[in-house]
Every structure is written in C-alpha cells, then in structure tokens.
Design a protein around this ligand. Structure first.
Ligand code: PLP
Length: 376
C-alpha cells in the first residue's frame, strides 16, 4: 500500500497507539477526582499540554484541548463574533479556507455579519493589497489558514497578523495543515487551530491555542474543565495521544518529505506532458497538486486505487460534497484543469522508492485515458 492522502488524514503512529492503550487501561480515572487515580490521569493531561504547547511555541496555559480542527475553527469564529459584536460586524477570511472556516463565516453572514473573502492568484497567493485595504474599524476578526490543504500554499500569516494587530483586530489561523510542516512559534496569531489526526495522532482530538490575555466565551458550560473554556470530562487517552504525536514531531524534519515530493514532481514533469502544477514553488513539503489535462482526477484516483495507491482529488472534506474544488476555482483554473486535478500528500512514512512505483502506474493511467480520448 502506498498512502499519499496524508492531508485528509494520517496513519496513527504506533507509539501513539501504544501510549493510548496504556492510558486507557491504567489511567482511567477522572482527572478531576481527588484520589491517586484521578491525579495520574491529570498528570497525563498536564504532560500532553506541555508537549502541544512546545510544538506551537506557546505556554501550557494557552492550550485548550478539544475534539478536532473543525471545533477549533468554529469556537474562535463564533466566539469572537459574539463577544466583539459591540465593536463591529465584519470578518475577513480568504476564498481558499477549509469549509470549517468558510461555513462558520457563512453562518455569521446569516446573522448580519459582513464576511470578506480575500481572493488569491493562480498560485494560491493571497491578495495582500486587498487584505490591507479591508482592515478597518468595523473588523473584529481575521481568520486565514497557515497552509492550504489542497495546494500546500503557505500564507503570509505573520505579516497578516501584524497588519491586523496594528488596527486592534484579532487574528486566527487554522494551522491544521501546518503543524509539523512549518514552524509555528512566533507566528503572531491570537488563536491557532490544530488537529490530532493530521500529525499521526488520534482522530477526534485537537487543540486550540488562545493567546494569554485574550478573551473567548466558553464553548461548553458545565464542570469547568479546560479553564472553563470547554467543560466535559477530558478524553485522556486521546489527549495523551495528541501530546505524543507532538513529541514525535520534534524528531522529524520535513527534509525527507520535501525530497520525496521533489522526486515525484520531477518524475511527473519528465514523463507526463500537458500538466499544470497547482502547488506553488515555495509551498509546504507535504502537498503536491497537479492537473493532468485531458483526464479526470476521479478516474485516475480509482485506477491508482486498484494498485493500492491512495491519493485525493482535492480535500477529502470537500470531495464528498458535490461540486468543484472551491480552492482551484478561486485560483482561476478552468473546469477542465479542475477536473484533472490530483492531490498527492506526504508523510514521514513515504519513500522515494514508493514514488518510482507511483510514477510508473500514474504515467500508464494518464496515457491510457489520453489515448482513449474520451475525456478530451
Ligand atoms: N482545516 C483544515 C485546513 C483542514 O485541512 C481540515 C481537515 O481536512 C480541517 C480544518 C478540519 O479538521 P478536523 O478533521 O480535525 O475537523
């Protein structure tokens, strides 16, 4: 099996699985309980909080555990809108955000907020001039992702956060695809969303960084866990697994991933004509999005699947919704270019040897479809 759909989700690391089963078996106490079992569960949570904080360049007090990236995005967007409504009703985001952000913003639009979606160019680069021009006294929040999930484009978050702060506007970044791929310390955001299952951690886990001194209304009222932000008994094995996944990131460099990606890209350029590389040159090492003109990405995906090679046509979350990729559309790609797009996304487990196999199968599949000509 060759798994190249790591932006959809990753294989859970064996170290994470081992730790989670140990915690579930032995430290099953409630972290709020005063006895020894409660304390050892609490210790697991405390350690994980340190590990996640380290990965984000934050302090442990700034980390709130939650259930996923979608929850983090929604918590910030709806929370800031609610708590700052008295100041203004404008939210700025980009046209290429994940649906977790776009839909949360759309919901606010129905409640009377103005949502500005900053456009991108053909390389998925955000229009900074337009962005800066939109920042005004009515704006209460900016939410722009760190790394795009479909193209790997890295957004200039630090610059954008500085510009927002100069106007006293809060800045959120969805760093779900960035954690472990680009450094997040000092990125300058007030809120950062991350998710466990994109970094070989457990599904159904995530964390939200809330900068010290920044107010956000509680998501779930109740017993007061997570400093009152998100009540409910903690998912201790999941939290421990997320911490371990962050610890493992420390031992990893993105160099190997980058060389695997470059090897595949160069091979495709040599062997397959009529392509459009949709990922920018300076994008993250984890994503390579390419349109194979005169083919259909979905058909290529299923052909590769027969050889146990797993890729994606866009983001998993958007590909189970009908319709074309909103990211590639925003980049101005033609319907034919969008139709032929495949996303290869990498992890620490991928190798150059695997890419030789992928190249052979992919070239054969593309040639076959082009010869048949039925998709032209
Ligand atoms: N944000 C981005 C950029 C993503 O790529 C994803 C998942 O694909 C999410 C948010 C949602 O994360 P989760 O699946 O943890 O809810």
């Amino acid at each position: 099996m060759i798994y190249l759909d790591n932006s959809s989700t990753t294989r859970q690391a064996d170290e994470v699985t081992a730790l989670m089963s140990e915690v579930a078996r032995e430290d099953f106490g409630n972290p709020s309980s005063l006895h020894r079992l409660g304390l050892s569960a609490q210790n697991r949570v405390t350690l994980a909080r340190k590990q996640v904080a380290k990965a984000l360049g934050a302090t442990p007090e700034e980390i709130c555990f939650n259930s996923c990236g979608t929850e983090g995005d929604s918590t910030v967007i709806s929370g800031v809108a609610e708590s700052r409504r008295h100041r203004g009703n404008k939210i700025i985001t980009s046209a290429v955000e994940h649906p977790a952000v776009l839909e949360a913003c759309a919901r606010l639009e129905h409640k009377g907020f103005e949502v500005v979606r900053i456009p991108v160019d053909g390389e998925c680069r955000i229009d900074m001039e337009r962005y800066e021009a939109e920042l005004d006294e009515r704006t209460v929040l900016v939410s722009v992702m760190t790394v795009n999930n479909e193209t790997g484009a890295v957004m200039p978050v630090r610059r954008m956060a500085e510009a927002a702060h100069a106007k006293k506007i809060l800045f959120h970044t969805d760093a779900v695809q960035a954690l472990g791929k680009i450094p997040l310390a000092g990125i300058g955001a007030d809120f950062i969303t991350v998710s466990g299952h994109k970094i070989h951690g457990p599904k159904g886990t995530g964390a939200l960084y809330i900068r010290k001194g920044t107010h956000l209304p509680p998501l779930l009222p109740g017993g007061g866990q997570e400093k009152n932000m998100r009540s409910g008994t903690e998912n201790v094995p999941g939290i421990a697994g997320l911490g371990e996944a962050c610890r493992l990131l420390e031992q990893e460099s993105t160099e190997k991933m980058a060389s695997v990606r470059t090897y595949l890209l160069e091979g495709i350029r040599e062997q397959i004509p009529d392509i459009r590389v949709n990922s920018p040159e300076d994008g993250a090492a984890s994503v390579l999005n390419i349109s194979f003109l005169g083919t259909r990405g979905e058909v290529l995906l299923h052909t590769l699947e027969e050889d146990e090679i797993y890729v994606s046509t866009g983001s998993a979350c958007s590909s189970n919704k009908k319709g074309r990729s909103h990211v590639l559309s925003a980049m101005g790609l033609s319907p034919k270019e969008i139709e032929g797009a495949i996303r290869f996304s990498f992890s620490r487990y991928n190798t150059v040897e695997e890419m030789d196999v992928v190249l052979g199968r992919l070239t054969a599949a593309v040639n076959r479809f082009r010869r048949l000509g039925s998709f032209r």
